[in-house]
Design a binder for this molecule. Sequence first.
Ligand SMILES: CC(C)(COP(=O)(O)OP(=O)(O)OC[C@H]1O[C@@H](n2cnc3c(N)ncnc32)[C@H](O)[C@@H]1OP(=O)(O)O)[C@@H](O)C(=O)NCCC(=O)NCCS
Length: 148
Amino acid sequence: MSMRPMRWTDIDVLVGLDVELFGADAWSAATWWAELRERPRRDYAVVPDGDDHPLAYAGLDLGGDVADIMTIGVSPRAQGQGLGGQLLRWMVERAVEDGAIALILEVRESNEAARTLYEHNGFERISVRRGYYQPGGEDALVLRRLLR
Ligand SMILES: CC(C)(COP(=O)(O)OP(=O)(O)OC[C@H]1O[C@@H](n2cnc3c(N)ncnc32)[C@H](O)[C@@H]1OP(=O)(O)O)[C@@H](O)C(=O)NCCC(=O)NCCS
């Protein structure tokens, strides 16, 4: 499916999607505004639906040797159709273009869907951050894909 850069006017829809996908960890509108203000160091893209509203979205932090995945989400109504994989491959391409040697991210240990997505795209566990997600204290797995 087609992708386009994220826009300020997407923020209302993104806030709603984020709550559906991340619950208490969802980003507020203020966080989305702050993230988009950081472009071009940050880069965000969306897969739009028929009304040009975000159906899926992802973004990363660029500018260093190691690029960081900031977020990735696919609306529940569109999951399991390859959009997560498409956005992940876009982030890998962006990091390579930017000259990064690796792309890293944190994922909740219990997040089977995301862990499968990353593992099937060449990411490997490099460390564990104990009690990273608060409240609750769930561990974060730090995953990395080498780009060279
Ligand atoms: C993780 C997420 C982005 C995956 O998006 P998606 O569009 O459903 O993923 P895809 O259809 O591209 O599937 C990618 C791979 O993951 C696997 N996968 C997807 N959902 C899965 C699930 N619930 N359980 C196990 N594997 C799953 C697919 O089988 C596929 O494997 P393949 O590469 O062999 O084909 C989506 O589930 C999501 O938005 N989750 C909530 C937000 C989130 O957790 N984001 C990640 C934070 S680190």
